[in-house]
Design a protein around this ligand. Sequence first.
Ligand SMILES: [Zn+2]
Length: 264
Amino acid sequence: MIGGLLQRWREHRERKLLERFAIAEPLWQLTLAHYPFLARRDDADRAELRRLCSLFLASKEFHGARGLPVTDEMAVAIAAQACLPVLRLGLDWYDRFLVIVVHEGEVVATREVMDEDGVVQVYEEPVVGEAPGAGPMMLAWNEITPEASHRLEGMDPVYNVVIHEFAHIFTMDAPEGAEGLPPIADKALRARWQATMEAEWDWFCGQVDAGAPTLIDPYGESSLEEFYAVAVEAFFVAPRELLAEQPRLYRLFVEFFRQDPARG
Ligand SMILES: [Zn+2]
């Protein structure tokens, strides 16, 4: 009885949020036109993506850094790409953060690392995006614009900052020594994930070391965690190409994300 009431209340609340945060048709069409990999999805996927986008906009706060105005166009562009990985998994995956800080361009972050002798080294690093850890989600708008996205269609390796940073959220709680591993309850899938990722990363590093072109951003060579994130970019932005180039990796992601973007 109580459970039934709660369920009805949730559905009512969701309906209200969907009305309040509905994305106007012209803005939705513009977003699809700007990001062809969203437009290529079938009707059912696009409808679900639009629904999730509204709920995402209802549940997150956007802040423009240094007075940068975050327009509806910008917020929907970010939301639509962010919601793609959770299209069949649900927005709960993103519950761990509330705020998305949008910078105009890259930001120089000050990092601290401890070396083997216990000495803390401080260095500066330019960042175009950062998944929420101690701080909020951070994204650089000039890397997300439709122009930046278009530049990266074609022969270049795939590059998508939004999907990259949101992909990191899945693996943030990976235990040490299991970098790039999302929480997977199914033991068989978890074992397959680890074996496949290792093998696919090895092959990929071999290609990069040999100077051969790769669909996945060569930055993935730096660690298994980063390989995972850039591979997820390729899975969503250029699924057919990933299926052709690294089919085992593609099929692993189909199983985990419960969607088959090459099919659209
Ligand atoms: Zn990364």
